[in-house]
Design a protein around this ligand. Structure first.
Ligand code: 9MJ
Length: 678
């Protein structure tokens, strides 16, 4: 075979193999035997081995996994992957429906078109297709940046390596489109993998969702390939040169492009019909071959979705209805007290292991002393526990009839179980606190928080490292992380994994210095300052220094910061130890200021913008970020205080409202011209 012949044969084989993959994995209607399929596959592999330069990124031979990676590269989503707000009852669903209508200025009796989708309990992923070919697959990560796990996702045969075209679908595929979906394990495959792990003496996966996450985050994609992961696709992120009227139309197109779209998705009118759907699936879901934990409800019309926009966390046009948690009975063996990073002692019940929907539960949080008293809980009690989604299981109630006199009261500690110093309980607070800032538990928890995924995200720096380096005296506060490179030889001696691992770790630590300010602020572990508050504080103050010097009064000016949080922040920075850590971080070269680019000018200062309809030049999030970088504000709803409404094709009710209120309406070009003005 000449090289030309090989090239053309390889191309034909790829198309043929993908066609048979589709018939087999998507339609369940194979047209050739496994042996015939293997023959095609082996022929393609042989050609690619002989002519390695002919291997293309969309070759089905890459579905079997590639040699292991050292780490996953970072992937920036073109459009953010938001999470969903939750509803736990019919009332909360109705409130969601009413909220939407009020926001849109629609009569409250309007019956909106909704799409009801089963909420798959797996791992959210984003697949980027360029000119019709799959180029990247990534995890959600923090919503803006995920991990590039392309080789792992390619092992999922249901994921098309090329979008199916033709037959009026497209002449030219969209230049870029992000497809969003959920990767999951079937119950059967979950059982199989766990049996295999048990046989090999490996720890079992607690539930199908963890199993999916564990399999996708394998650096060796050949291991991923051995697990039959599956996917349901339900949306799109960023896209160009294609338009969709509504979610239903998008789902139909995804199906036509060759993606698996869940067959039970329904289009319904009015929130009552949504509730009927949720109830119907509550009784039927046990029959599904995979786990669902609720129903995702989405406003169908994309023009309305655009008008509704999103809050910091989640879109206003969707909600996740969650099924009530299953309750199971078990027995409390003992109560232990854990010390957190702020010194708070949290009682945790250790229980006889019990299974709830495929998850083994053996520990539950008891929250605090008051909660123990309120429930009248004793050691040896039989209790009802439940697991609600991601949160740690909790004890719902005590089964008093099961008392037999052997139960004993829960001992309330007077000394810290870790450092032995006296504990204190403030009069107006439920929490018992260890006041010793040098308590080993507090120190290690503070460091663990600082390095955690949503804070400084130091890859590979797990609990074991924190504990070991603390014991050896290398780490006494989070800032010591940045002096670890001085002890490289000692670290290598500590860990049998050797130099490469330590190098990776030190690189990850070095890289974390460049994290945005909001991550540093979150990482400091100021009580009551979560990710959201950290972002607001970073946006408002622009540097740790400014935040440190802010008075409680100034802190209260930040939208979303209340008196309690303001006091905690002020108290945190008054402490000398904290000032010392901050100085050390600064000396180490950790970014303590917002990126220069976040403040390019103040030419939009005092101006508030609202977008409606589509933007052609960039995603709406990018345009909103630009507004902030030039000192302006971007909000979701039109009011008299709005300076400009930027309207594009498909503009809806916001445009009307702007007209009614006499708010100036400009187009996208005018908006960008404003930014470019000197
Ligand atoms: C799941 N987990 O099945 C969404 N999801 O939409 C479905 N998740 C989602 N949709 C927007 N069906 C954000 C998340």
């Amino acid at each position: 075979m000449t090289r030309e012949q090989a090239e053309s044969r390889a191309s034909a084989l790829r198309e043929l193999i993908e066609h048979h993959n589709y018939l087999y994995y998507m339609l369940d209607q194979p047209e050739i035997s496994d042996a015939e399929y293997d023959q095609l596959f082996n022929e393609l592999r042989a050609i690619e081995e002989q002519y390695p330069e002919l291997l293309t990124p969309d070759s089905p031979t890459l579905r079997v996994g590639a040699p292991p990676l050292d780490a996953f590269p970072e992937h920036r989503h073109l459009q953010g992957m938001l999470s969903l707000d939750n509803a736990f009852s019919e009332e909360e669903l109705t409130a969601f429906d009413q909220r939407i209508k009020r926001f849109l200025g629609l009569p409250l009796e309007t019956a909106l078109d909704y799409i009801c989708e089963l909420k798959i309990d797996g791992l959210a992923v984003s697949l980027t297709y360029e000119n019709g070919a799959l180029t990247t697959g990534a995890t959600r990560g923090d919503g803006e940046r995920g991990e590039n796990i392309t080789p792992n996702l390619k092992t999922i045969k249901q994921i098309p390596l090329r979008l199916k075209g033709g037959e009026g679908l497209f002449d030219q595929p969209p230049p870029t489109i992000e497809i969003r979906g959920e990767v999951y394990f079937t119950r059967l495959e979950f059982e199989r993998v766990n049996q295999e792990r048990e046989a090999q003496g490996e720890p079992l996966f607690a539930n199908p969702r963890n199993a999916a996450a564990g399999s996708l985050r394998q650096l060796d994609s050949r291991i991923t390939a051995r697990r039959a992961l599956k996917i349901w696709v339900y949306g799109a992120g960023y896209y160009e040169q294609v338009t969709f009227e509504n979610q239903w139309a998008l789902l139909q197109r995804l199906k036509a492009w060759g993606f698996p779209v869940n067959p039970y998705i329904q289009r319904v009118r009015g929130i009552e019909a949504v509730w009927d759907y949720c109830q119907a699936w509550d009784s039927k879901r046990a029959e599904l071959p995979y786990e669902i934990d609720g129903v995702v409800v989405k406003v169908n019309d994309f023009a309305l979705q655009r008008d509704l926009g999103a809050t910091q966390r989640a879109p206003r046009w969707a909600i996740a209805y969650k099924y009530p948690a299953e309750q199971v009975k078990t027995k409390i063996l003992r109560v232990v007290w854990q010390v957190g990073r702020t010194g708070v002692l949290t009682p945790v019940a250790e229980m006889e292991p019990v299974e709830s929907r495929g998850v083994i539960i053996s520990r539950a949080t008891l929250h605090n002393e008051d909660e123990i008293q309120r429930k009248g809980l004793m050691v040896g009690d039989t209790v009802i526990v439940q697991r609600a989604g991601e949160v740690i299981p909790e004890v719902v109630s005590v089964v008093l009839e099961a008392r037999d006199g052997s139960q004993t009261p829960v001992e309330i500690p007077t000394r810290c179980p870790v450092c032995g110093s006296e504990v204190e309980r403030e009069a107006d607070q439920a929490a018992i606190r260890c006041l010793n800032l040098a308590c080993p538990a507090q120190i290690t928890e503070r460091i663990r928080h600082f390095t955690s995924r949503n804070a400084m995200n130091v890859e590979g720096f797990g609990d074991k490292w924190v504990a070991r380096l603390f014991e050896q005296g290398y780490l006494t506060d989070p800032a010591d992380l940045y002096t670890l490179h001085e002890h490289k030889d000692a670290l290598i001696a500590l860990d049998r994994s050797g130099e490469k691992l330590v190098n990776n770790l030190l690189n990850a630590i070095e890289k974390s210095k460049q994290n945005p300010l909001e991550r540093v602020i979150f990482g400091l572990g100021i009580p009551q300052v979560g990710e959201n508050a950290a972002r607001l504080l970073a946006d408002h103050f622009g540097s740790v220094e400014a935040l440190m010097n802010a008075s409680e009064e100034q802190l209260l000016k930040v939208q979303g910061v209340g008196p309690g949080t303001a006091r905690e922040i002020a108290q945190f920075f008054e402490r000398e130890e904290n000032q010392r850590v901050i100085e050390k971080l600064k000396q180490a070269g950790v970014r303590m200021e917002a990126e220069q680019s976040t403040s390019r000018s103040d030419k939009l200062a005092g101006k508030t913008f609202v977008f409606t309809g589509e933007l052609q030049r960039c995603p709406r999030e990018t345009a909103e970020a630009l507004i902030r970088q030039h000192g302006g504000r971007a909000t979701g709803s039109v009011s008299k205080a709005t300076s400009f409404v930027v309207a594009g094709p498909g503009a809806g009710s916001k445009l009307q409202k702007a007209k009614d209120l006499g708010v100036p309406i400009i187009d996208e070009d005018t908006f960008f011209a404003m930014l470019e003005e000197e």
